[in-house]
Write a new protein. Sequence first.
Length: 232
Amino acid sequence: MPDKANILLVHGAWGDASHWRHVIPPLHEKGYRVFAVQNPLTSLSDDIDRTSKLAAAQEAPTLLVGHAYGCAVITGAGHTPNVVGLVYLAGPALDEGESLRSLWARRAPPEGAASIREDKYGFLWIAPEKFRETFCDDLDETEALVWALTQKPTSPRCFEETSGPPAWKVKPSWYQISANDRLIPPETEKFMAERIKARGTITLPTSHASVATHPAEIVKLIEEASSAAMQA
């Protein structure tokens, strides 16, 4: 039995696996076997399927780490037998029958919702000129510009499909709250952490883009989760 779990990183909406570029190198240097899935963002079920297959392909104990919408994905993909734990980073730990849309409806719309646009093909984007203030206002200007102009279109089905039985009910889980998030209210994130009975919770003074603004703290949380999950 290896002493470290493989790490599978799962990106969120309007982005891709390159959002993990500040997290992958330090994990690799610490001896973790790291992979980052490229999800199609065509529906929640499509993304769960893609992530589940990559997790199963590791054929070894694997920790799933989801950022933002990627947290909804790991909630389903976490049932893959070799997944030993889940790390939620500023995202929705849905319960069975919930969707992101129904979760948002519990409170006033988050501030960033006003920046989301639907194109003529039915895909959702964050208005490029509003991307930094909506998603990553504490990220440096150059990187925020790259994120804005390379964002990946996201289907409304990602937010409308309901979740199946959540893996957090049967797998140990950890949570990171972004105190200045403009896409998911911090109060909602705190509720998620409490509901899943997170083994560990950290709160960072950051935007939605915690994986880029506070990578050292994110890596530390992943390490703690990996160690605890492998001992469970």
